[in-house]
Design a binder for this molecule. Sequence first.
Ligand code: SF4
Ligand code: SF4
Length: 186
Amino acid sequence: MALGEFFSKLIPTDLFSGLALTGSYFFKKKSTVQYPEERTEPSPRFRGMFGYDVDRCIDCHLCAKACPIDIIFIRDHTEVEEDPETGKKKKRKVIDRYDIDVKRCMFCGLCEEACPTEPKSIWLTTKTYETATYERNERLYFTKERLMSWEGVTAYPGVVPPDKGMLPEDPSGAGAREKAAGGEAA
Ligand code: SF4
Ligand code: SF4
């Protein structure tokens, strides 16, 4: 046995290089968090729980047509209203049902892309992903009321449900609330 081979067997150099690599991580910034006490903030483009605003929605059905797996269900009826001043009659569409079967959703975002309103009436950039449930058929089927209120969903910290003024680009609702406060003050 050569002398070099003898010393390499005697001194466990591989062990020391392994320990040095492990030790170097002690000084690096931690990339894990203590979930659920801590959460990492999703990127602004992250697609999570849906936001929906029935007041902005113009009932065009484009989102339902764009969905590749047909999980958006819309039902509506038309009402005829008379203008009290002019006496003219005009038609108005009323959304009776706007449901999304979220358990089948693949979060492709095509529905959001197809929505023509500005801001969007349906959007997924809500940073919210905690929708786990024991009853997926019932609890992951969202009616328009639940899409607005997020009943049963744990919102990402600082994010408010759509019925509290959330906008696609403003999940905290702060911008919408400021706008509303400005409008009230005016
Ligand atoms: S994100 Fe979901 S609901 Fe929207 S188009 Fe894709 S599969 Fe359909
Ligand atoms: S595409 Fe937008 S405006 Fe049209 S029905 Fe869907 S959510 Fe409403």
